[in-house]
Structures are given as C-alpha cells and as structure tokens.
Design a protein around this ligand. Sequence first.
Ligand code: P6P
Length: 334
Amino acid sequence: MPSETQVVTMSRFLVDQERHFPEATGAFTNILHDIALAAKVISREVRKAGLMGILGDAGLENVHGEEVQKLDVFANDVLYRALDHTGHIACLASEESEDIIPIPDKFPAGDYVVLYDPLDGSSNIDVNVSIGTIFSIHRKVSHGERGTLEDCLQPGSRQLAAGYVLYGSSTMLVYTTGAGVHGFTLDPSLGEFLLSHPGMTMPEPPTKTYSINEAYYHRWAPGQQRLVRWLKGEGGFGSRYIGSLVADVHRTLLQGGLFMYPRDRNKPEGKLRLLYEMAPLAMIVTQAGGRASDGRHDLLDIEPRSLHQRTPAYLGSREFVDLAERYLEEDSEI
Ligand code: P6P
C-alpha cells in the first residue's frame, strides 16, 4: 500500500497557497521562490566549508582561480543576485550592508522590499555548528519608483512574509505569509525543498526549556537575574543554548520554551538586530501561536528608528514570554 504522505515541493505549495489569494499577482510567490533558490546555493557552499582547506583551495582560491569569499559575504552576494533583476523588488537591506541596497537602474523595480541576514552565526561554521539565513518581506510604502529607507523602516506587524533557512543536519526553509508556518526540508539529491512540516504550531504544554547565555548574568538587571534563578530553580526548567540564533529559535519553535537575549550593562539595546533578525522570527513564532517581546512590548509593534538597530529579545511559548515580562517590570532602564 503506497504511503499516505504526499511529496509536495515548495514550488507546488507556493502555487497552491496562491490560489487562496485571488488578487495575488504571483510576484510574491516568485520572491519566495528566488529566496529558496539562493538558499540551495548557500547550502551547497556551507556543506563544502569544512573541505575548503582540503580540496586544493590553498591560498583560498577556488578552482577558477577566484579568491574564495568568506561564507557570509558569499551568501550576501547570492541573495542579492537572486533578487536584484527580477522586477519585483524596490530595494534590499542586508546585515552586511550599512545602507539600503538599491536595485540597479538597468533592472526594473517592483513593489516589495526584502531585508535579510544572509548568514547569521557564521562564526559557528569553523566548529560545524548550525547557522542560518533570516529574511523579512514588506510592501513598498514610499511613492517613488525605487525603494527608500522609509520602505525598510516598517514595524514587524506590517511584514507580508518572514522566514529562515537553517543549515543544520539537514537544510530547512521555514516561512510564513501570515497564514500559518510551513517548513520544507531540502532533498539535495533532487535539489528540491519538500514540505516536511505543514502548519507548524508551538506545542502545548511547551517543553520547560530556557535558552540564554548565562556568562552575562552579572551584567543583567535584577529582574532578569531573578527570572533565570526562578527558571532553573523552583521553575524546574532545563537549559539549552546553541549560540546560533536560527538554531535556538528553531528548537524553541518545535519544542516550546523561552529564548532570551536580554539587554545588559555592556549592551543596553541587546545584541540581536530588529529588522532582519528579530522581527521576522517574531512573525514566525507569533503565527505558530507563540510570542516575541523586547521585555516590555510586543516585538512586532516596535517602530524602527534605524536599519541596524538592536533589540532585547524574548521569544517562545506565550506563557513563558508573559512570565518574563512580569519579572522584568521591576527593572528600570539599565
Ligand atoms: P553570544 C551569533 O554570533 C549571534 O549573532 C546569534 O546567532 C546568536 O544568537 C548570538 O550571536 C550569540 O551571542 O553573545 O551568546 O555569543
């Protein structure tokens, strides 16, 4: 008897999903398709990273005699080249670029902006720890033909779509367009992302796991310190911290729990970026039934001031984020 499970490619799923939006132009579907293509190219290079020193790349030149790029620079270039010419994009923004990235005049511009961290946690590559790509898609709001900073400085609540790619034991692409969260696993032999996690929702009851770098304990505000002492004591929580944002968030999405990257005396705004890290991850987790906060306000409601602004981050099971906010109420600004 053949298996009940269907083999659904991401391309097929995107087309099926588009049918629910009669007014859809297909531009949106194409952007997600282009990001998936970039993810396949980045995945292929990430998988080879460990061999760079072995496969005749001495002197860090590839077989074409071109200088081998650092993987995060490579990933940034791949995403740019996958999106710049399609006619769907008004402008781009990247963790790797100080200013917004305009679409070259030779290409038509479109109605969407994509903000991304091309390869977060790339310092983990050398020790073979999972790393990730994070992306956020907004509709252009400015009136000119080409995108502006205004189009990028939109709150997370106005995102049309958000997602991440996790280069782990397998390569997964997880995204939402506001109609649930869906996960796809790359089958490298086919070169296709196959639907493996339809309709992802955070588990109830959630696993009691907290995730934070406790090396900074003595820099935290008193409420943050009291929160973690309770979690690991009376609260009976376990602890998991990978130190790679997409991996920690993916585990939290699948198992439940509470991921935290708080502000501290040395990092008064925290470390993680709002626009292309925490806002997209907040949309994903919220769509899956969880919550994301900066410790006081819902992360999706924060009005961005600048492209690379940082934010404290509390993300995970709704009741655990609510609990964290209650402990932090006592903390004044650091
Ligand atoms: P820390 C990786 O460098 C990163 O940007 C995120 O992927 C990760 O969540 C965070 O920094 C880890 O930071 O201070 O715990 O080493």
